[in-house]
Design a protein around this ligand. Structure first.
Ligand SMILES: Cc1cc2nc3c(=O)[nH]c(=O)nc-3n(C[C@H](O)[C@H](O)[C@H](O)COP(=O)(O)OP(=O)(O)OC[C@H]3O[C@@H](n4cnc5c(N)ncnc54)[C@H](O)[C@@H]3O)c2cc1C
Length: 393
């Protein structure tokens, strides 16, 4: 077994570290607690730099306009980006975090030009609209309806959890909307549509704050679709095939979320280790107490387990193999691990770890959101158990 990284993966890691060192470290002390309070001009400049460093489309095939370096390389990139508060909340790098829908890679040129390349070049953003007020984990329960009328589809329904579509950092140029085209057929009756934003008939509900203001998920809202007319050619793939290709994208996103959790936990460990060395109680630094040493030892070991899980899932995806179990394991283990490492880091840091300015409470909640996003921990376990019970491993 060979654990060494390829020259391209090492290059991405080296450049990610340089990006953090040269572009983020000098401004980290002044970075606001909420990404939404950052200077828009500064965020725009960082996004341009991010593009210049060649970090967009890292895992997208080259014939679709990406870099083709693979999912493991993307894991390495997003793990490194968690070492600075500037990129921690991923607002700066958001549109590179979730890859465009895989069907777009083979879509007609007009569609790629309008909906794929602008994302890969960092010029535009999109939102994924699956969840609804009565459908989260149970995606087959969505009720947003897309009815074919001549050369159009007409959309009606409500989508929940869209990032703030008015804020310049999260404003989308289009929405990827999952809607029912054949009622009563569950997953097999759902199609995916590219819906320009804004479009006539889409209204935005109240913007609500989440407990993670330091991320692009700091503000969310409902989107209401009221007789929204979209050209029939804006369907992605064939009708009723909305979920045929989604597993591949989910595997990639879940693995990269796992990698982000590894990087986040690493940052918490660094803070806790530094504090344990400098804080003296009862005449000795905390770091000399065996209890604290054992906490740190457990934390670093769990981080390494998480890293190995994400790297294995990324590697398997890059081999073109079915990685649904590994991706589910990477995501479910790493999000819990990151929350638990944060919890222990805050305990070691003591009272000042509860101050907002320490950023630990905010970042703790950022990881808490990952327990739900892109499939909850329970849904990951369902995937793992189902595979185990039908002969996996
Ligand atoms: C900040 C934030 C941003 C989000 N962004 C988006 C977005 O951009 N686009 C989008 O489409 N969605 C988004 N989501 C929605 C997210 O995908 C859902 O929250 C997630 O799928 C869970 O759905 P739910 O919240 O409706 O929980 P529910 O489905 O109601 O589940 C509640 C709890 O029960 C558990 N559960 C459910 N069914 C079972 C079962 N059969 N067995 C055991 N346990 C079960 C779940 O794991 C969960 O812990 C976002 C969510 C948040 C919090």
């Amino acid at each position: 077994m060979d654990f060494s990284l390829s020259p391209e993966q090492l290059d991405i890691r080296e450049r990610a570290r340089r990006f953090v060192r040269e572009e983020c470290d000098p401004i980290e002390a002044d970075w606001p607690l909420s990404d939404y309070d950052a200077d828009p001009a500064l965020v725009a400049r960082l996004r341009e730099k991010f593009t210049e460093y060649g970090f967009r489309g890292v895992a997208i095939p080259t014939d679709a306009g990406g870099r083709g370096a693979g999912t493991l390389a993307k894991c390495i990139l997003f793990e490194e980006l968690r070492s600075s508060w500037v990129t921690y909340g991923q607002t700066v790098v958001w549109s590179a975090f979730l890859d465009p829908h895989p069907v777009l890679y083979q879509s007609p040129e007009w569609m790629r030009e309008k909906y794929l390349y602008p994302i890969l070049e960092g010029r535009e953003q999109y939102h994924i609209c699956i969840s609804e007020p009565d459908a989260g984990s149970d995606v087959a329960a969505i009720t947003t309806r897309a009815e074919r009328v001549g050369d159009h589809y007409v959309l009606n329904g409500v989508k929940r959890w869209s990032p703030d579509p008015f804020h310049p950092f999260t404003k989308p140029e289009y929405l990827l909307v999952y809607a029912v085209t054949s009622p009563g057929m569950g997953y097999k009756g759902i199609s995916t549509f590219l819906v320009d934003f804004p479009s006539e008939g889409i209204t935005v509900g109240e913007i609500k704050q989440t407990a993670a203001p330091g991320t692009f998920l700091g503000r969310v809202c409902d989107l209401h679709f009221n007789n929204v007319k979209i050209p029939a050619k804006n369907i992605l793939g064939e009708e009723n095939s909305g979920f045929r290709y989604v597993q591949d994208q989910l595997n990639r996103n879940r693995t990269v979320i796992g990698a982000g959790c590894v990087g986040g936990a690493q940052k918490a460990l660094k803070i806790a280790t530094a504090r344990a060395k400098e804080r003296v109680t009862f005449g000795a630094p905390l770091a000399e107490r065996q209890h604290i040493q054992f906490m740190l030892a457990d934390m670093v070991t769990e981080i390494e387990i998480g890293r190995l899980l994400t790297y294995k899932a990324g590697w398997k995806i890059d081999q073109g193999e079915d990685a649904r179990v590994e991706a589910a394991m990477a995501k479910s283990y790493c999000v819990k691990m990151a929350s638990s490492v944060y919890d222990r880091a805050m305990q070691i840091v003591g009272g000042i770890g509860m101050l907002e300015e320490s950023r630990l409470p905010t970042t703790y909640y950022q990881h808490r959101i990952a327990h739900l996003a892109e499939g909850s921990i329970e849904m990951m376990k369902q995937t793992i158990a189902k595979s185990l019970l039908t002969g996996w491993g």
